[in-house]
Design a protein around this ligand. Structure first.
Ligand code: URP
Ligand code: ZN
Ligand code: ZN
Length: 460
């Protein structure tokens, strides 16, 4: 099967030029002006942007969490991602405390194998680091192609590990060429504040926010970068939300230490005022919570300063019925928010169209850096000869409205209901197959491949 895309305005992390793209089977085989090649299918991309398929390195599909499961499974989640221009996601396996990492991998495979529409990989979340777990790390990196290990400094009594375990894990992961991802908030402080608010009968979603003030994230981020510096293990802070936490990373860069930072689309464009409305605020109960306007400004600036390298989603959807589990107690509201389908369009609309970031920066943080940091570049994350033909054909002018009535995520509300966005994903190719065209998904579950990843790149 061959496809010729003509008159494409190709955007990569560094370039912006018009050319034709020729695809044979799964990969791009040539790029050039007026390619005179016969193809099985021709797509005229005049007036459109063509950029690499988005990579969302932070999603939770079909995940057991807080007494329920996130409502998108591997099929609905990866399909919705494709509709929104994201061709690959990285999901999280959670180790059960007292059990092995391999047992968790088997459990996650039983839900994901042959069920994905788009491409995917896993991070391995280590929730119990001990002498047995230690022996599994090498195998994950070298045999399974899972080279990043997630740690939680919060969710006390559930997923949290202590600093002793963190240091031990860092030493082992560094030895084998992996990377530590971290949910960096102070679990003990959050647990204290949560119990205090509950004891005082302060039970609305607003108190989820007030139980996780900025200092809980700034403190843990600082501690994490110090441990990463001490052990020499590369680190990646997931869903960073605020000025205090980013300043911890800024300090780390002064000692020439590399710590990668991810923020998520919601922290760039939504703020904590959404919690000031009775139970409705549960739609945005996530950890860390939404922050202040000043933090949004810090994050946009952080992207332009190169301190924030990735914009992800932390897609962890729960239906309204599930959110109601915390109707009388904010600490029982399943934490998470749906965005897997919205990230690329929202980041374009709020970032590029409003002149906060350039088109090249857009591709860098949404496509290229996730591929580089997580060991998939240049197979993924760019438009180049030899790369997988994961491409988005995008109309930068078309306006449309986001709504739960039209989205493809398996969740009955949208965190962005009624938002008008500028720019629309029109056609998506995944490894040389047309995946999305005319608002329809053209590929089936099982098409999505597990992508084995290489050891991490410490420079991007
Ligand atoms: O609220 C969130 N973020 N839910 C998913 C789990 C996590 O902490 O990433
Ligand atoms: Zn988290
Ligand atoms: Zn998450």
């Amino acid at each position: 099967m061959s496809i010729l895309i003509t008159n494409a305005n190709i955007i990569t992390a560094t370039d912006n030029y018009v050319a034709d793209i020729f695809i044979e089977d799964e990969t791009i085989s040539s790029i050039g002006k007026n390619l005179n090649l016969k193809a099985d299918k021709t797509i005229d991309a005049s007036g459109k942007l063509v950029f690499p398929g988005g990579i969302d390195p932070h999603v939770h599909l079909d995940m057991p969490f807080m007494g329920t499961y996130s409502s998108d499974n591997y099929e609905t989640g990866t399909r919705a991602a494709l509709f929104g221009g994201t061709t690959m996601v990285i999901d999280f396996i959670l180790q059960k405390q007292g059990k092995s990492l391999h047992a968790a991998l088997d459990e996650w495979k039983s839900r994901s194998d042959n069920n994905c529409v788009g491409d995917y990989s896993f991070h391995m979340a280590v929730t119990d680091f001990n002498d047995d777990t230690k022996t599994e790390i090498k195998d994950f990196i070298e045999k399974e192609g899972i080279t990043s290990f997630k740690t939680f400094m919060a969710y006390k009594g559930a997923l949290m590990i202590d600093d002793r375990q963190m240091i031990g894990l860092m030493e082992e992961v560094k030895k084998h060429g992996g990377l530590i991802n971290v949910h960096a908030t102070n679990g003990d402080m959050i647990d204290y504040l949560t119990q205090k608010h509950r004891g005082e009968g302060k039970l609305s979603p607003l108190y989820h926010y007030l139980s996780q003030p900025e200092v809980t994230e700034a403190e843990a981020s600082e501690r994490f970068v110090d441990m990463s510096n001490y052990t020499g293990c590369p680190g990646y802070i997931v869903h960073l939300t605020c000025e205090g936490a980013l300043n911890a990373v800024r300090n780390a860069t002064k000692r020439n230490q590399k710590v990668f930072v991810e923020t998520c689309i919601q922290y760039l464009i939504l703020d904590a005022s959404l919690y000031e409305q009775n139970f409705e605020g549960a739609k945005w109960v996530m950890s860390p919570p939404l922050r202040e306007k000043k933090d949004q400004q810090t994050l946009w600036a952080g992207i332009n300063q190169g301190l924030v390298q990735v914009v992800a989603t932390d897609h962890c959807p729960f239906k309204w019925e599930q959110k109601l589990m915390g109707k009388d107690d904010f600490s029982k509201i399943p934490n998470g928010h749906p965005a897997i389908e919205n990230r690329m369009e929202l980041l374009f609309s709020e970032g590029v169209a409003k002149n906060k970031i350039t088109l090249n920066k857009y591709v860098e943080v949404a496509c290229t850096n996730p591929a580089k940091i997580f060991g998939m570049f240049p197979r993924k994350g760019t438009v180049a000869v030899g790369s997988d033909a994961d491409l988005v054909i995008f109309d930068p002018k078309e306006k449309h409205i986001l709504s739960a009535k039209t989205h493809h995520m398996n969740v009955d509300y949208s965190g962005y209901e009624g938002w008008e966005v500028t720019g629309k994903v029109k056609t998506v190719l995944l490894r040389g197959q047309v995946a999305i065209e005319n608002n329809e998904c053209k590929i089936e579950k099982g098409f999505g491949k597990f992508i084995k990843r290489n050891k991490v790149e410490q420079k991007i």
